[in-house]
Design a protein around this ligand. Structure first.
Ligand code: MTE
Ligand code: MOS
Length: 772
C-alpha cells in the first residue's frame, strides 16, 4: 500500500483495502502458473467401514492429474492437535457424514469436482451416534471426566434453604467467516514446501504439513498475511486443507490450491460445541448462592481436536462473575459421529456462562426477585468471596463499580417500570429486560502457549519492517502491533511495514487465540523495539553531543531530554548506526509470568487477569409467533487503555452481534443420517444489520486506577469477552416470555432462541398458568 492510501492508526490498517477490495486474501495471492485444484470425495454415511476405493474412472476424466487416498501419505496420517485420533484421510473407518475419504487433483476446480463424483467407494454402513443424548446413553466419551471442585457441595445442598434442579442445553455455531478455508502450496527450487494458508496457527500448520509429509519442520514454511475471519475456526481446522495442498504439491510437483466452497466448508469443519448441563443449586432466602452441583457435557464430535481445553474453559467460566462458596463441576466430552467441534470465540466460556446465567435466573424467579438484584448480590467483590472455584483471586475486580455505572446509565430501574406498564397493557406482545455481567479469563489455559516472538528490522534509510508471531483475521492485531512499535520507537506508523506472518521469520508461535494476540505479541514487539532503541541511543547521542541515557525518540526524530528543539531525523540515526556497524535487527520475546494450572485437581492460576463488561438488553416478543426484536442494548466494557480505540469498539460490537447470532438465530440441523442440512446462508441464518438493536449504546469503562500491570500499555484483551455480553439478550427474551405468565417460577427457553423456540416457551409458560 502506498503512503497516501495508508490510514492512520485511528482505523484498521487494511480498512481502505477491505472496502476497495484491494486487500489480498490467501486464495487471491498471485496464483502461480500451472496450479492444480483439489476437491474432496465425501462419504455419504456418518459411520461406516471403508471397504474399497476405485478411482480409475475418475482418473480418466478430463484435466484430472491424481486421486489421493490414505495410502499416498508418506509421513504420519494424522492432524489431531492433542490426541492422534484424527487421520487426514481414513484408512478403515468413516466417522462423520461428508468426511473426505479421498481428494481429486485436477487442472481446474470444476474438473476436480466432477471427477470426485466418479470415484467409487464401497462402504459397510455402521450404526451412528449422532447427538449428545445418544452418546451419553452409550457412554461414548473422548476422555475421562474432568473436575473442578471447592467445598463440600453435598453438605451445602443438604442444608440450603432452597434447592432447584434442572437441565439446560445450547446449540453449536458455524464460524461463517467470510473467507472459507483456503490454502495454496508449492515446492520451491530448494525442495522446501511453501504453504500460504488462511490459518490462525501458522506454526501448527507448518508442523502438521511436515509430519504428514515426513519432513522436518525446517523444510516447511507457512505464511499468512490476513484471514477473512477466523473466529477460532482456523485454529486447527486450517491444518487439513493445508496438509492436503502440501501433499498434492509434493506428489505432483505442481502448485496446488484448495478453497472450500461454503457448503463444503460447513460440512467438513468443526463448529462451536453444543453443551448439556444438569444442575442442582442451593441458595438462601435473599438469593445468596450457596452451592452448585453441575454435570457439563460437550459434544466433541468424531475426534478430540481441542475439546479438552474447550471443556475446561467452559468449566472455569460457569461461575461467570458470581461467587459460589461450594461448587462441583464434572465435565465430559461426548464422542459423536458429526464433524469435530472446535474453537469458537469464547472457547467454551460462552457455553459455561450460559449455564451459569440460567441458574441465576432460576434462583431469582424461584424467589420472585428481580434477576438483576440476585445477579448483583452475588458478584465477586473484594470485601467478600473473591476467589474462583479453581482458587484464583479475581484480581483488579472493578466489576461491581462497572455494574453500578451501567445500571444507572442504562436507566434500568426506570425502564423496568415502563416495561411493566407496557406489558400490563398488551396481552399479546411483551417486553423483557435483562442485565448480565461478563468476567472472562485472559491467557491460554495451556500454559506453554503463553509466549510470543517478534522480529524487527530497521533499514539504513530509516524505514522499518515489523514481523510478529500473531495472525490477522480482521480483529486488528496488525494495526495494534503497528501502534505498539510506532509508540516505542517514537516514529510515525507510515515508517513501518508490517510483514505477513511467516514461520521463517518468527518460529514456534502460538495460535492467535484466547484473545491474547495483542497481549503476547505486543510485549514481544515492544521488547524487540526496546532492544533496537538501546542500540540506537548511543549513536544518536554522538550525533547530538550528549549522553545515551538522555536520548529521547519522538516524532520521527531523536533529541536530548529537555532540548527538543535540537533534533536529528530517525533516518539519520539509522544510517549512522549502519555506518558504525551497529546491528539494526532485533528479536523480541515474551512469556506471561505467574501462570500455573493443575489439570488433575482443577486448580491453579490459569489466567493473567480478567476482562470485565456488562450489558443491558431490551426485547419485544410477539406471543402469537415468537418473533422478537432487540429494542435497545447498553454495554459498558473494560478494555483498559485501548491500543487503538476504534478497533476495540469494533470488537465489542462485532463480538456482541456474533453472540446474539449464536443465541437467537443461528441453528444447526442434521437429518436422521447425520447429514448437515444447514450448510448455506439460506438455511443457516446469521444476524444481519436488521437484527441489531436500533439503539446500540457502547461505552468503554473509564477505570479509577490503571489496569492490571504487565499488560501491554495498560490495555486489556477484547477479542472474545464481548461475545458473552449477548447472554443479556437471551435473558431478556426469557424475561419477556415470563411476562406471559407473571407468576411463573421457572421459565425454560431453548438456545438458540429462534422465533419457534420463543413461541414454544410462551406456550409452555401459558400452559403452566392455565394448569395452575
Ligand atoms: N474479530 C474479527 N473481525 N475476526 C475474527 O476472526 N476472532 C476472534 C476475535 N475477534 C475474530 C475477531 C477470536 S476467536 C479471537 S481468539 C480473537 O479475535 C483473536 O485475536 P486477538 O487475540 O488478537 O484478540
Ligand atoms: Mo479464539 S476461539 O480463541 O480463536
Amino acid at each position: 500500500m502506498n503512503d497516501a492510501a495508508r490510514p492512520s492508526l485511528k482505523h484498521h490498517e487494511s480498512a481502505v483495502g477491505h472496502v476497495t477490495g484491494r486487500a489480498v486474501f490467501t486464495d487471491e495471492q498471485h496464483p502461480p502458473a500451472g496450479m492444480l485444484s483439489l476437491y474432496p470425495v465425501q462419504a455419504p454415511h456418518a459411520h461406516a467401514r471403508l471397504l474399497g476405493i476405485d478411482a480409475d474412472a475418475a482418473r480418466a476424466m478430463p484435466g484430472v492429474r491424481a486421486v489421493f487416498t490414505a495410502a499416498d501419505i508418506p509421513g504420519i496420517n494424522d492432524t489431531g492437535p492433542i490426541l492422534h485420533d484424527e487421520p487426514l484421510l481414513p484408512t478403515d473407518l468413516v466417522q462423520y457424514h461428508g468426511q473426505a475419504v479421498a481428494w481429486v487433483a485436477a487442472e481446474r476446480e470444476d474438473q476436480a469436482r466432477d471427477a470426485a463424483a466418479r470415484v467409487l467407494v464401497r462402504y459397510e454402513v455402521l450404526p451412528a451416534c449422532l447427538d449428545l443424548d445418544a452418546a451419553i446413553a452409550q457412554e461414548r466419551f473422548h476422555m475421562p471426566p474432568a473436575k473442578v471442585e471447592r467445598g463440600d457441595v453435598a453438605a451445602a445442598l443438604a442444608t440450603a434453604p432452597h434447592v432447584v434442579e434442572g437441565e439446560v442445553r445450547c446449540g453449536g455455531q458455524d464460524h461463517f467467516y467470510l473467507e472459507t478455508q483456503a490454502c495454496w502450496a508449492h515446492v520451491d527450487g530448494e525442495g522446501l514446501v511453501q504453504v500460504v494458508a488462511s490459518t490462525q496457527h501458522p506454526s501448527e500448520t507448518q508442523a502438521m504439513v511436515a509430519h504428514v509429509l515426513g519432513l522436518s519442520a525446517n523444510r516447511v514454511v507457512c505464511r499468512c498475511l490476513r484471514m477473512g475471519g477466523g473466529f477460532g475456526g482456523k485454529e486447527t481446522q486450517a491444518n487439513q486443507t493445508a496438509a492436503m495442498a502440501a501433499l498434492t504439491a509434493s506428489l505432483t510437483g505442481r502448485p496446488v490450491r484448495v478453497k472450500l466452497p461454503r457448503a463444503l466448508d460447513m460440512q467438513l469443519t468443526g463448529k462451536r460445541h453444543p453443551f448439556l448441563g444438569r444442575y442442582r443449586a442451593g441458595f438462601a432466602d435473599d438469593g445468596t448462592l450457596l452451592a452448585l452441583d453441575l454435570e457439563l457435557t460437550a459434544d466433541g464430535g468424531w475426534s478430540c481436536d481441542l475439546s479438552p481445553p474447550v471443556l475446561m474453559r467452559a468449566m472455569v467460566h460457569v461461575d461467570n462473575a458470581y461467587y459460589w462458596p461450594a461448587i462441583r463441576i464434572v465435565g465430559r466430552i461426548a464422542k459423536t459421529n458429526v464433524a469435530s467441534n472446535t474453537a469458537f470465540r469464547g472457547f467454551g466460556g460462552p457455553q459455561g456462562m450460559l449455564v451459569g446465567e440460567e441458574v441465576l435466573d432460576r434462583v431469582a424467579r424461584h424467589l420472585g426477585r428481580p434477576p438483576e438484584d440476585v445477579r448483583e448480590r452475588n458478584l465477586y467483590r473484594e470485601d467478600r468471596g473473591n476467589t474462583t472455584p479453581y482458587g484464583q483471586p479475581v484480581v483488579d475486580n472493578h466489576l461491581p463499580l462497572l455494574w453500578t455505572q451501567l445500571r444507572r446509565s442504562s436507566s434500568l430501574d426506570a425502564r423496568r417500570a415502563e416495561i411493566a406498564a407496557f406489558n400490563a397493557a398488551n396481552p399479546t406482545r411483551k417486553r423483557g429486560l435483562a442485565m448480565t455481567p461478563v468476567k472472562f479469563g485472559i491467557a491460554f489455559n495451556k500454559t506453554v502457549y503463553n509466549q510470543a516472538g517478534a522480529l524487527v528490522h530497521v533499514y539504513s534509510d530509516g524505514s522499518v519492517q515489523l514481523n510478529h508471531g500473531g495472525t490477522e483475521m480482521g480483529q486488528g492485531l496488525h494495526t495494534k502491533m503497528l501502534a505498539v512499535a510506532a509508540r516505542v520507537l517514537g516514529v510515525s506508523p507510515a515508517r513501518l511495514q508490517l510483514m505477513a506472518t511467516s514461520t521463517d521469520k518468527v518460529p514456534n508461535t502460538s495460535a492467535t487465540a484466547a484473545s491474547s494476540g495483542s497481549d503476547l505479541n505486543g510485549q514481544a514487539v515492544k521488547a524487540a523495539c526496546e532492544t533496537l532503541l538501546a542500540r540506537l541511543a548511543p549513536v544518536a547521542a554522538d550525533l547530538l553531543g550528549g549522553a545515551a541515557q538522555d536520548v529521547v525518540f519522538a516524532d520521527d526524530h531523536a533529541h536530548l531530554r529537555g532540548a527538543p528543539a535540537t533534533r536529528v531525523p530517525f533516518a539519520q540515526v539509522a544510517c549512522a548506526a549502519y555506518n558504525a556497524r551497529v546491528s539494526l535487527s532485533a528479536t523480541g520475546f515474551y512469556r506471561t509470568p505467574g501462570l500455573h494450572w493443575d489439570p488433575a485437581t482443577g486448580t491453579g492460576h490459569p489466567f493473567h487477569y480478567y476482562a470485565f463488561g456488562a450489558a443491558v438488553s431490551e426485547v419485544e416478543v410477539c406471543g402469537h409467533t415468537g418473533v422478537h426484536t432487540l429494542r435497545r442494548v447498553d454495554i459498558l466494557h473494560d478494555v483498559g487503555d485501548p491500543l487503538v480505540e476504534a478497533i476495540d469498539r469494533g470488537q465489542v460490537e462485532g463480538g456482541f452481534v456474533q453472540g446474539m447470532g449464536w443465541l437467537t438465530c443461528e441453528e444447526l440441523r442434521w437429518d436422521a443420517h447425520g447429514k448437515l442440512l444447514t450448510d448455506a446462508p439460506s438455511t443457516y441464518k446469521i444476524p444481519t444489520v436488521g437484527e441489531v438493536a436500533r439503539e446500540l449504546r457502547i461505552d468503554l469503562f473509564r477505570r479509577p486506577a490503571p489496569p492490571t500491570p504487565e499488560v501491554i500499555f495498560h490495555s486489556k484483551a477484547v477479542g472474545e469477552p464481548p461475545l458473552m455480553l449477548a447472554l443479556s439478550v437471551r435473558e431478556a427474551l426469557r424475561d419477556a416470555v415470563a411476562a406471559f405468565a407473571p407468576a411463573a417460577r421457572r421459565v425454560g427457553l431453548a438456545a438458540p432462541s429462534t422465533p419457534e423456540a420463543v413461541w414454544r416457551a410462551v406456550r409452555a409458560v401459558r400452559a403452566v398458568r392455565a394448569g395452575g
